[in-house]
Design a protein around this ligand. Sequence first.
Ligand SMILES: [Fe+2]
Length: 529
Amino acid sequence: MSSLDRVSTNLAVAASLASATCSADVSQSSAPVIKESELSRLQRTTHELSSTLKVVSSASSQINDNTVTIPTEIAVRIHDAAQKVAISTKDFLAKNNSGAVVAYLKGFGNEHESEALSGALPVGQNNPQKVPYGLYAEQISGTSFTTPRSVNLRTWLYRIQPYVCQGQFTKIDHPTIVAEFSKMHNDPNPQRLSPLEPASIKAGTDFVDGLISITGQGNPSENTGLAVYLYGANCSMKDKSFCSADGDMLIVPQEGALRIQTECGILEITPGEICVIPRGIRYSVELKASQARGYACEIFKGHFRLPELGPIGANGLAHPDHFQFPVAVYENKKGEHQLVNKFQGDIFEAKMDHSPYNVIAFRGNYLPFKYDLSKFNTVNSVSYDHLDPSIFTVLTCQTQEPGVALLDFVIFPPRWSVAENTFRPPYYHKNTMSEVMGLIKGTYDARTTGFVPGGMSIHNCMTPHGPDSEAFKKGSNGDLTPIFMKDTMAFMFETSLPLKLTPFANKLRDRDYHKCWEGLENNFDPNNP
Ligand SMILES: [Fe+2]
């Protein structure tokens, strides 16, 4: 076989394998995960092939009368590159023999597009008279039509049947989701909550059943406010999906990986990663372990964006490049499906006669996404003093008042602590902003005991807090050599709204929390400056 023949053969193999990979129908199977390293290898080899073909194109002057003369060295390069693509694709399919792909697009703020069947995306327009494959074209808008272009969010979906084929909704009870926060109670005391006890989660509880409103403010009917949840689940959502018409949902797993099937594809997240499901997008949560616990925050107005970087410059904090978006996968599946819809705080259900995950292709910027918190590019003081925690903001949802957030999502990741002549733990403070903290793993430097993974603290508007007595002693007397704070991941939901507390918060409340500061003695000595 000549070099050119081998090129031709391997290109054909690569094309057919790649086509099989991209057009996989997951109706009968659970989609596996494509590891980032495998995807990168495939991307690298594809890129190499593409580069080589550009070389061929530049040699087009050698093409005469349908006869191509390619120097042997170029033919060999094409052959090798094509073979690498074929091997990479074949390896991937061999490891994931269901043929379905969980891969990711990347880039926060990008216009993304994906098609599970080649040619499903209309070319050059969004809603042609006839959509390829007999699909319906449908737009989901996350902002008003006339929202300025820089913050306008919408996605075109190309699906087997449109949203309207969803049946009729009827109201159902959800005993642990609060619809109206104005009826909840106020308490200016600092709050610390215990984690959800696994034994308290009834058998057969899925993610939606296991959502528990803890604190919040405002009302989705008025497009203002937010809700903070704990969740605890021990079974997957089967032929059941959830959708909130009230706001974007930020999910922070603390225990147990989740496979989240959305209309736009699949997100796999483990503790240490987060995801955001935009308002109106349907999703189902499958547990990858016997139990899952974590936190969630739903914002009733606006959407998450990356914070401005100001004098930090063009780089730092969460890189846009590290946000991952799903690729289209679909089910063409008939049968009863329970669609649960949160609408103005109330919960409704409809019985559909098919799977809602019937989007073959999409194009747009209103999409679910995930982010690995370990990729956060931490910036901090390298001279003196403890900086404000806003330096650790991953995502923000701003109000119309400049610099004031409805919600900042802030993390306290592993990092070096190097400030000289400084009390390094957080300083004592009370803020106009309210703070809800959670712990994914490890310990938090302002607490020696009591604040444990899965637990929560709530320091409301102007509620004082700071290091406990032991942390103060350690921070005041410790050696100020550079220290790497490892194996820790705490986070904060910080909001400009004062927060109301639900009865479920009261159930989990540690009534001795205030005692952690009882050891802060009067050390004042006017004769010892
Ligand atoms: Fe604080």
